[in-house]
Write a protein that binds this ligand. Structure first.
Ligand SMILES: [Zn+2]
Length: 188
């Protein structure tokens, strides 16, 4: 089962354990799992509004009327949304850039969802945009670029506090670190 081996966090031992589990499972259980895997590619696509992962037009967060639609937290990847949601401290909406500016890797502004972000802000109703790109050189550069794009909009721009140590990624920050970083956010 070399395919299992390719999954993140699955070494040869875990792959072997999974293989034994699958062999022992009922056929319909294995087929249900295969369907679920196929659905990831067939049914999951970027949310029309925020580019987070969605099964419908809108992701579960954008579709939730209890969320504060006046707040947008700008992150690099869907997994950053997952980290912040796990910390359950943030009640606003998100905007997933689908990457960060990386001139050395030929990732320019046109590869990110920046136009959609600007349009969202221009439509109005937004009080604050929180720049929550990773505290890395590229993440900081991206935050700066976004802040310049939105400078004229009149919307309050903030950046996560350095509760998340410089160079680390949101994905690996614990809930308390994320809560501190969000709470201590500062005007950009
Ligand atoms: Zn969404």
């Amino acid at each position: 089962m070399f395919e299992l081996n390719k999954l993140p966090g699955i070494g040869p031992k875990s792959a072997e354990r999974l293989t034994h589990f699958l062999l022992a499972a009922e056929p319909q259980e294995v087929l249900a799992l295969a369907d679920a895997l196929r659905n990831v590619k067939d049914k999951i696509h970027p949310c029309r509004q925020c580019f987070h992962l969605a099964e419908g037009e809108l992701c579960a967060i954008c579709a939730d009327s209890r969320r504060d639609a006046g707040l947008i937290c700008v992150v690099e990847q869907p997994k950053d949304v997952a980290s912040l949601e796990r910390a359950s401290i943030y009640r606003g909406l998100y905007h997933v850039l689908q990457g960060r500016l990386a001139p050395l890797d030929n990732v320019g502004p046109e590869k990110l969802t920046l136009d959609a972000l600007v349009r969202r802000v221009q439509r109005g109703g937004i009080r604050e945009v929180i720049l929550a790109t990773n505290p890395t050189l590229e993440g900081d550069g991206t935050a700066l670029y976004v802040s310049n794009l939105l400078a004229e909009s009149g919307v309050k721009l903030t950046r996560l506090a350095r509760g998340v140590p410089s160079g680390s990624v949101l994905e690996f920050a614990n809930n308390q670190m994320l809560a501190d970083a969000l709470e201590g956010r500062q005007a950009f």
